[in-house]
Design a protein around this ligand. Sequence first.
Ligand SMILES: [Zn+2]
Length: 494
Amino acid sequence: MKVAIYSRKSRDNGNGKEETLFNQSSSLKSYAEKKGYTYDLFEEVESSLNERPELTKVQLGIEQGLYNRIIIVHVDRLGRNISILSTIAKLCLTHNVMIETPETVYDMKDPSTKMMFGFQSVIAEAEMDNIRDRLAKGKYNTVAERGRHLVSVAPLGYSYDKNDKKLHVNPDQAPIVRKIVELALSGYSTRIIAEKVNQLGYKTAQGSFFKGDSIQRILKRRTYLGEGFYNSKRLGKSATAKDCHEPLITEEDFNTIQTLLKSRICKQNTKSLGIKSPLNKLLVCGKCGGGLTIQKNNKVSKDKQKDLSFYQVRPCHHHINEYTHCDNGGIKIGKLEKIVFEAIKDKKDSIKKELQRLLKNDVSGTKSRMESNLLNIKKELLNQDNQLDKLLNLYLKEKVSEEVYDTKSATIKEVKENLKSEIELLEYQLEKLDVSSQLTKVDKVIHLIDNFHEMAIEDQQATLRLLIEKVVLTKPKGQLKSSDTKVEIHFREL
Ligand SMILES: [Zn+2]
């Protein structure tokens, strides 16, 4: 006998929609696995018409005797409307099906459970709004005021300790996360990273193979910075808590990886897996700004004896408006590669010059000025924190009203945000001034360029993504001289 896992996200959830549904499903899946259930998963995205096709499937399955349990996060996931709930309750009673949440099992035959289910349904209808408000406020305060992380399921690399209610580094899994970070910093795409860690025999927290999107989720997760985060659409605000647990990635590496992830220009180009060019996914149309794809041109000689096929950048066909397509032309990929490789060689020379300049240049004066400036701003930030504490105390002792507290704390928080971004900027500039760290980076890049032609294609791709943000191709239509073709290479800041 199987169980039916039913998860639903409602329409009014705004951002983070997928995350919510994903969390619901994945925690229910691991719950079912722990219990040894085999399951079918039903994921509902509530439509504007309030229809629930997935729930209907569950009901049909129950009528056909396929399931003996419905697994849900909370009764209210079935619906907050009494008529839906009582229909399902009746169905469950007739077919001897239990409704199970991670907290409770509802057996409809048990009169007390039936009553409780009814009671909870009534709560779902009448008071859920209030309860949810209180829950949201409680969660928000846990993160914002007490600086704690709200843990539901420990992400890969951590274990959850029930006693101190914190995440702790899981020594078996943390190396996997570190490896993924290391590969991402080398510029590999999420798909290649998944391949590589699978080859190393690593598995996800659920014990399955990694895929591009699971890698992507890991790399975007701020939990690995040691942060706790809570976003409440209900309250219209979000809270972040720092230093909740030991981080597995540094802020700097995290930011670098976000930039690299964003730079995947042509995301929809999934058919390009077999494309043998390191320029793949770096190409942008100079006329409309859309991503350009690479395709095979299956040319055959006139006598049909010789295969003259070649790879080319496909002429751009993006819609400019309802009626017109972009008419930017294509180019043989070999030609474009030559141009880019030449540019990289030139880039190497200019990097070397930069290196010499760095070695000669004495930046110690500027550095100490910036450092004392940074120290002052950090003191000021501490000062603002103290003010916020004092204000909270006054509010708790009921010496100031909620209104005063809200306005004043909002002002302080705004000042704090400004100070924080100034600190970030200064730290970034200081780091750029740090000759030794800059030298290491430059050395690494020169090494990569020197070995470029001996690398495997995915390593070449990774190297180009580290060096180049995008390659913009502009080629007027028609029989024109090749000198009319314009190739702009946008290098990244090192
Ligand atoms: Zn275009």
